[in-house]
Design a binder for this molecule. Structure first.
Ligand SMILES: Cc1cc2nc3c(=O)[nH]c(=O)nc-3n(C[C@H](O)[C@H](O)[C@H](O)COP(=O)(O)O)c2cc1C
Length: 356
């Protein structure tokens, strides 16, 4: 299998096996969080990817991070996203929207009514969060009441309806990187005593309810899930990742969703890798992400370790990444200083290969 060969995710035909990983770039409108015209330009420049997964998009006004982070819970935001999907489709690309809720990684300084962020349990993430007063330690969140959980699932369902209305080809549920769904999944952050905590099945319940809700909107063939078993920087570890993610993969397989998107770089030591086991259990499309370069991506597909590979930072810096990889052309280096700020600079002004 070559990374340049056409592929299929659900019933969607894709031009190649190269996925643009979800990348929050904080370039939406600061007040309304409506994607600005530059967002449409940015994604259409990168439409050479077989599939684009959008930046993580807030499903709720109770999930607010740095200014410019995007959302899809108002009619105005839906209108803004319509321009983005139209531009990507006009350029021949395909785009799923990544949906997320920050949970404990929000800050009361940004939430409506200065409310405390919510989480499965009242356990703060380790590290600091950007607030209007500068960086501060993550707050101790408020543990969600059992009775509040259906409304949370509803927010994801409504967000998926909005994604559909906005013209996205599908949605990816963000169950990775320490955000709310991940906080429920792992026992380092979930100490609940009810049926959303304790056993692996209970901790996966929220994810699976959300997946079922968005399947009701898009159908299983247009739904993906992203997981990051090795992400632990904010103190979110799990006591038995193999048991947890085995259950998740089995349950997602039972639902027949389009793809499983696993962040597991080659730098993870072989004994700790979950990809081989999860790939056996989940028979939809398998996307692998994390520190890929051309050679590693080609090897992963040649060895049958994945069906698709996702590139993150290289797509930030190289709008025509697929063409550069095809031609073995030099790559622009990503500029970290403009990952989350800089308006158009570092966003839509990375150079394309010279024609010819
Ligand atoms: C600027 C930046 C923003 C990111 N935003 C997201 C995001 O919104 N959702 C997500 O799942 N991962 C996000 N990630 C993680 C990437 O999708 C990817 O997993 C990570 O960069 C590793 O891949 P790479 O080595 O190819 O860059 C982000 C990474 C970077 C550098």
């Amino acid at each position: 299998m070559s990374i340049f060969q056409s592929g299929q995710i659900g019933n969607l035909a894709l031009a190649n096996r190269i996925v643009m990983a979800p990348l929050g770039r904080a370039r939406s409108d600061v007040q309304s969080r409506v994607p600005l015209p530059r967002v449409a330009t940015y994604y259409s420049q990168r439409a050479g990817a077989g599939l684009i997964v959008s930046e993580a998009t807030h499903v709720s006004p109770n999930s607010v991070s740095r200014p410019g982070g995007s959302a899809i819970h108002t009619a105005e935001q839906v209108e803004g996203w319509k321009a983005v999907t139209a531009a990507v489709h006009a350029a021949g690309g395909r785009i799923f929207q990544q949906l997320f809720h920050l949970g404990r990684k929000a800050h009361q300084g940004r939430l409506p009514g200065n409310a405390l962020p919510v989480a499965p349990s009242a356990i703060a993430a380790q590290g600091e969060v950007e607030t209007p007063q500068g960086p501060q330690p993550f707050p101790v969140p408020r543990a969600l009441e059992r009775a509040e959980i259906p409304a949370l699932v509803e927010e994801f369902r409504q967000a998926a309806r909005n994604s559909l209305l906005a013209g996205f080809d599908g949605v990816e549920i963000h169950a990775a990187n320490g955000y709310l769904i991940d906080q429920f999944l792992r026992d380092g952050s979930n100490r609940r005593q009810d049926d959303y905590g304790g056993s692996v099945a209970n901790r996966a319940r929220l994810l699976l309810e959300i997946v079922d809700a968005v399947i009701g909107v898009f159908g299983p063939g247009r739904v993906g899930v992203r997981i990051s078993p090795h992400f632990e920087v904010d103190g979110i570890g799990d006591s038995d990742p193999a048991a947890l993610y085995t259950h998740v993969a089995e349950q997602l397989q039972a639902r027949g969703i389009a793809y499983l998107h696993l962040i597991e770089p080659d730098s993870v030591e072989p004994a700790r890798r979950l990809a081989p086991r999860l790939r056996q259990l989940f028979r939809g499309a398998f996307i692998l992400a994390g520190e890929f370069d051309r050679a590693r991506a080609i090897r992963a597909l040649a060895e049958g370790r994945a069906d698709f590979v996702a590139f993150g930072r290289l797509f930030i810096a190289n709008p025509d990444l697929v063409e550069r990889l095809r031609r073995e052309a030099p790559l622009n280096p990503p500029d970290e200083a403009t990952f989350y700020s800089g308006e158009e600079h570092g966003y839509i002004d990375y150079p394309f290969l010279a024609v010819g």
